[in-house]
Write a protein that binds this ligand. Sequence first.
Ligand code: ADP
Length: 376
Amino acid sequence: MTVLVINSGSSSLKYAVVKPASGEFLADGIVEQIGSAQVPDHDAALRAAFDELAGQGLHLDTLGLVAVGHRVVHGGKAFYCPTLIDSELIGKLEELSPLAPLHNPPAILGIEVARKLLPDLPHVAVFDTAFFHNLPAAAANYAIDRAVAERWDIRRYGFHGTSHEYVSQQAAAFLDRPYESLNQIVLHLGNGASASAIAGGRPVDTSMGMTPMEGLVMGTRSGDIDPGIILFLRRAAGMDVEDIDTMLNRESGVRGLGGENDFRKLRACIESGDENARLAYDVYIHRLRKYVGAYLAVLGRTDVISFTAGVGENDAAVRRDALAGLTALGIEIDEELNALPSREARRISTPESPVTVLVVPTNEELAIAQACAALA
Ligand code: ADP
């Protein structure tokens, strides 16, 4: 039994063929540059993915596929459980597109072409907002005019939920402790980045909000800014909404400050003496430490802090700098353990550290495949 997982973005389509029971990946890959001459649209991208699979001897009709799982970024208020996709659901997802204009429309395109090419399989939408659906009201609400918030469904939804849930469960399994017994902070640091606080298995806060722009400094997104900046840019700088959107989503974050969003390149720039790259890194770390401090306070008692995703799993300096000097708060990193590269879940705190610090590789495709298998 296998599941095809599709993560369809505006310019790339990621795919994986996964055995949900064993966690085995038969194949995974990415088709990039959608919109180019070679890959003009999402239909061509998915066909290219199927060609790549066939090139590896994997033919869709003999793989034992039981479902196709689609990552959908925004489920709005209505959707959180993994949901079987039909035309009605697609219509409702289209209505949600204004909430996630960069993410939901390409996901819908991916769903439509996959349903066309694989019409006999159940297609399942797995929402990135799902895990945070029941955030406590105090964390989910913005302190803005209540009538406006209700009219427009403005609240904090949170994203990367599949990853935060998977990583926190893996952390509990690694420590051989019941999930419900642990208070955890998960730091998902990829190109997008988010933090969550999970009390006894229940998420109680997360750094992304109504959109994936809030919170931590990211590869190309600003994270938290004074909302007055947006008003100022409209009124005084004459930028229109699309310009501001592009700047905050694509031209900000560590790239906006330091010229690079890939931490390997950013590090090389810092080492060659680039002051802007240094500032970008310092702002990134400062924000990360602020969120860790905030979530220690939100949780009261913290058992585990886990780092995950591209930066969190691979960049030992980010982990060290984010948690340096916090012994008074119960956090003590073992520099040697932290510096050891590995693909496995591992502890990087000292045995004496009251808070256990882990690196836990995320696996959103596996989590999506498992959610689909449970439904199919
Ligand atoms: P996303 O899924 O958000 O695109 P990933 O979780 O794959 O992101 O993370 C991608 C980022 O991880 C890259 O932009 C880069 O900054 C960082 N990264 C990947 N490998 C390394 C590494 N070996 N050292 C430092 N950073 C890394």
